[in-house]
Design a protein around this ligand. Structure first.
Ligand code: NAD
Length: 497
């Protein structure tokens, strides 16, 4: 059985922890690898490697740091197919979708290649007579990234290029469910010339995360995962004095008005609900549709769902399995619950006939209509291929139900009315809004993050906010007198003159 080791100080690291976690191939339904689960001493070793590497990396010129990241980008471009295969073999998403997540991660890397410009300070000459003022942005030190299973390459890459380009050193704690992508990225960074210890991968579970949250040498935590853990990470890391951005779960609504292009809405709902088997934080999980067009839209969606080919992601299917058997069963239980809660299951994914091994963690696309707004299937994050339908009277009720929800990650409206869309974008309480766009993940030069229970902390991922998260600003006021002794004696508070 292959063991996935940690990657510390530029090489494979076994550590002292004796615990191992299973890694499955979800389309085969078999355990293919085991991953090391760090003990507290392994956290110390990874952080020590990053702390030791920090001064050297910080003191490299912008040009030298950019050179390494640029080489990394070239290598990634040439070899991304290998990474996509690894992702599919541990996560289950189809290979084209895995390639898509790598491409979106690479966009952040390419944005970070402009870091010398992005992290520039300002300079004002003669703010007082003979006095100049300027600002610098400097790295924090050792920063940690804790990532979820659903984007094993993209989510780490939301942060790591930003952290490295600004001169920080990193300890990444990836999901223990699909750990190998992180090691592949670490090896590629080394090949690109990244000095040992600048980027480290520590595998594990709560023990590893707690160790990072408490470690005095870790300056910042970028977390992405479910809401309860995001809140836990935010509370504990801020209590320990760290800078934190903790992105949590979601329940994203797509609101379809009566004047919408229903074919566009149907295609968008199907793609956004069932891509990656619904295991995306920006997946659409609730369709809120104006009653007068609801039956028509549900018909168009059901017809499309019948054409989704579920199976092994390596074999040209549209939708793969869920990540583990346990998660598959949990999602299937929600479908059972929907029936008990009085909803109507229009398409039942439990009946799916997959193109793949019988033991795979399969659940087909599921459509549930007339979902009650107090029901658990409506209020809880399911994180699987289940699309719930609620019927609304109009735009106002659509906005009201979205704003009543606990989460505020993404939401979308489908309409041909500019006025309706503008009202929606003004009034709806979510961090990322789509207008006739179902998965509005911001491009790399904007920033990613939700509102309410979908994000804790006020600095979003990547874009300009990412630059700020990974740097501290220093403001300098300086005087270089041409002649000696020009200051004069004055105990008053300094004023500009
Ligand atoms: P998760 O919360 O179970 O795990 C996330 C990370 O936290 C993993 O690295 C895991 O090892 C660690 N972890 C798990 N339990 C822990 C504990 N008790 N204490 C400390 N650390 C712990 O999430 P997941 O199942 O891997 O990912 C799916 C979730 O992530 C969904 O809720 C999804 O919405 C969310 N997500 C959010 C975004 C976003 O940008 N908002 C993006 C992707 C995923």
């Amino acid at each position: 059985m292959t063991i996935v080791d940690h990657f510390v100080a530029g090489r494979s690291f076994t550590g002292t922890g004796e615990r191992l976690g299973p890694v499955f191939d979800p389309a085969l339904g078999v355990e293919t690898k085991r991953v090391r689960l760090a003990a507290p001493a392994d956290v110390d070793a990874a952080v020590a490697a990053a702390a030791q590497a920090f001064p050297g990396w910080r003191d490299k010129s912008w040009a030298r740091r950019q050179e390494v990241l640029f080489t990394f980008r070239e290598l990634l471009n040439a070899r991304r197919g290998e990474l996509a295969e690894i992702i599919t073999s541990e996560h289950g998403k189809v290979v084209s979708d895995a390639a898509g997540e790598i491409a979106r991660g690479q966009e952040v890397l390419e944005f970070a290649l402009g870091m010398p410009h992005l992290a520039r300070g300002g300079y004002s000459e003669n703010v007082s007579t003979g006095v100049d003022a300027f600002t610098l942005r400097q790295p924090l030190g050792v920063v940690s990234i804790v990532s979820p299973f659903n984007f094993p390459a993209m989510v780490p890459m939301w942060f790591l290029p930003m952290a490295l380009a600004t001169g920080n050193t990193v300890v990444l704690k990836p999901s223990e469910k699909d750990p190998s992508a992180a090691n592949w990225l670490a090896a590629l960074l080394s090949e690109a010339g990244l000095p040992d210890g600048v980027f480290n991968v520590l595998h594990g579970d709560k023990v590893a995360v707690d160790g990072l949250l408490e470690h005095p040498d870790v300056q910042a935590v970028s977390f992405v995962g479910s809401t309860p853990i995001a809140r836990y990470v935010y509370e504990n890391a801020t209590r320990a004095g760290k800078r934190v951005q903790a992105l949590g779960g979601a329940k994203n609504h797509m609101l379809v008005l009566a004047d919408a292009d229903l074919d566009l809405a149907a295609d968008s709902a199907v793609n956004a609900a069932f891509g990656s088997a619904g295991e995306r934080c920006m997946a659409i999980s609730v369709l809120a549709v104006v009653d007068s067009v609801a039956d028509d839209l549900i018909g168009r969606i059901s017809e499309r769902m019948g054409r989704i080919k579920v199976g092994d992601g390596r074999q040209g299917c549209d939708m793969g399995p869920l990540v583990t058997r346990e998660h598959r069963d949990k999602v299937a239980d929600y479908v059972e619950l929907a029936v008990k809660e009085g909803a109507s299951v229009v398409v039942d994914g439990r009946d799916v006939e997959p193109a793949g091994a019988a033991e795979g963690f399969w659940l087909g696309p599921t459509l549930v209509d007339r979902v009650g707004r107090d029901s658990r299937i409506y209020t809880e994050e399911i994180f699987g291929p289940v699309l719930s339908v609620v019927r609304v009277r109009d735009l106002a009720e659509g906005i009201e139900i979205i704003n009543d929800g606990a989460y505020g990650n993404g939401t979308a409206i489908f309409t041909t009315s500019g006025g309706a869309a503008r009202r929606f974008q003004r009034e709806v309480e979510a961090g990322m809004i789509g207008i006739n766009v179902p998965i509005p993940v911001p491009v790399s030069y904007y920033s990613f993050g939700g509102w309410k229970q979908s994000m804790f902390g006020d600095t979003k991922a990547y874009g300009e906010q990412g630059v700020h998260f990974f740097t501290r600003e220093k403001a300098v006021t300086s005087r270089w007198p041409v002649t000696a002794g020009a200051g004069g004696f004055d105990l008053g508070f300094p004023q500009n003159a």
